[in-house]
Design a protein around this ligand. Structure first.
Ligand code: S3P
Length: 430
């Protein structure tokens, strides 16, 4: 679908976010592993969480809807079913990587498949450590889905120094470790999102600035009633849209505020954005609150590479904020962006090029020469079938002089099915 976006003179109103994609997917997987009934309130209807929900049902979870909540009867760790068909992870790297850990742990032989984007993303990072734990994994060209997962030997514990700050990799190994008699440990130098250890209440120790997370069969899967907060990564589009639009005022309700996810708040704060957080509270094990953002003058910022894992999904929309900030901004240490739903450094560059802005692409990031008065007539954006690139391009389109267009805009529903409706609701026409 090609989406046409008419510029807006401002944005006003309240945003109800889609439920968090990462937490939804974990709630589905952890409910499968719990030997009993879990309730999940506000489960996401977006494509990725729905792919995960289908997979956990194929693995034996029984899912019903009651009073707007999912009621999931899990199998526990010992009774998972061998799926009758391939497990289809769709576009979701989280589904493929986390479920691989579960399958290896449980010793279930099956095939994991994904769409064209997911089948182009490297799985070497999970294949190597899972093979050290006793798995045998066949992958296309040794690295790519489809993955044939098998384990014929006993599960071995692993002490694993995370080579990249990836929550998907961390969670994959911990989930496999949850099936082992002996303890598996993951050692993290730079903190990546911590939903897995938080929701599973896993043992965590800080030793000389490194976090050591442990998992084994003796860890109980906690009995839980999950309530999924709004997705901070979805809120990011409105935080930037509100910050760069004159006289904008947006109330973003019920936003997940996990500190390992929301570095964008600090970065936008440093840029001079007018952001207020209210009603801070806990939604189960996860912090949440409401955010008000108002239009303001932004100044350039250099992102500390150490913060990258805590804003990795927000970098495409942050690049849009940088374009309208006074001065030169830099993103570095973000090579990992090249391994997302698409090569996002390339995709951001194409987006910035479409509006003829001044920037340089680096192997591990971007240098963006911003200008609060930056203006462009109109642009034809490619989304590369990547939800976050489609939505970042939409926010940028609002600042054009004339109508712009975005290719394959339906990809937004991978994480945010109501994005286009929300955009129409919040816009104030030029
Ligand atoms: C996710 C972790 C991040 C993120 C992705 C979701 C998760 O990936 O980019 O959208 O749910 O664990 P990495 O941990 O691989 O960087």
């Amino acid at each position: 679908m090609i989406k046409k976006i008419v510029p807006a003179s401002s944005l006003k109103g309240e945003v109800i976010l889609p439920p968090d994609k990462s937490i939804s997917q974990r709630a589905a997987i952890f409910s499968l592993l719990y030997d009993g009934i879990s309730e999940v309130g506000n489960y996401s209807s977006a494509q990725d969480p729905q792919s995960t929900l289908n997979c956990v049902q194929q693995l034996g979870a029984v899912v019903q809807e009651r009073d707007g909540k999912l009621v999931i009867k899990g199998t526990g760790r010992k009774q998972l079913k061998t799926p009758e068909k391939d497990l289809d992870c769709g576009n979701s790297g989280t589904a493929m990587r986390l479920l691989s850990g579960v399958l290896v742990g449980a010793g279930i032989s099956t095939k994991l498949v994904g769409d064209a984007s997911l089948s182009g993303r490297t799985m070497t990072r999970i294949i190597n450590p899972l093979e050290q734990m006793g798995a045998h994994i066949l992958a296309r060209n040794l690295a790519y889905a489809p993955l044939f997962i098998n384990r014929n030997e006993p599960l071995k514990p692993l002490k694993f120094d995370l080579p990249i700050p990836s929550a998907q990799l961390k969670s994959c190994i911990l989930l496999a470790g949850l099936f082992g008699e002996e303890m598996t440990q993951v050692i993290e130098i730079l903190p990546s999102r911590d939903h897995t250890e938080r929701l599973l209440n896993l043992d965590q120790k800080l030793v000389q600035g490194r976090k050591i997370i442990s998992a084994s069969l003796s860890d109980e899967i906690p009995e839980q009633s999950y309530t999924i907060p709004g997705d901070f990564s979805a809120a990011a589009f409105w935080l930037v849209a509100g910050a760069i639009q004159k006289d904008a005022e947006l109330l973003i309700s019920n936003v997940g505020l996990n500190p390992t996810r929301n570095a964008l708040l600090d970065i936008l704060g440093e840029m001079g954005a007018d952001i207020t957080i209210e009603n801070e509270r806990m939604e189960g094990a996860e912090p949440a609150g409401d955010i008000i953002v108002k239009g303001s003058d932004l100044k350039a910022v250099d992102i500390d590479p150490k913060m990258i894992p805590n804003c990795i999904d927000e970098l495409p929309i942050l690049a849009v904020a940088m374009l309208f900030a006074e001065g030169t901004s830099t993103i570095s240490g973000a090579e990992e962006l090249r391994h997302k739903e698409t090569d996002r450094i390339m995709a951001i560059s194409k987006m910035l090029k479409a509006v003829e802005s001044s920037f340089e692409e680096k192997e591990d990031g971007l240098i963006i020469h911003g200008d609060p008065e930056f203006a462009f007539q109109s642009a034809e954006f490619e989304s590369f079938h990547d939800h976050r690139i489609a939505m970042a391009s939409a926010v940028l389109s609002l600042k054009g002089i004339k109508e712009s267009s975005i290719k394959d805009a339906e990809s937004a529903s991978v994480s945010y099915p109501t994005f286009w409706k929300d955009l129409d609701k919040l816009r104030v026409e030029s």
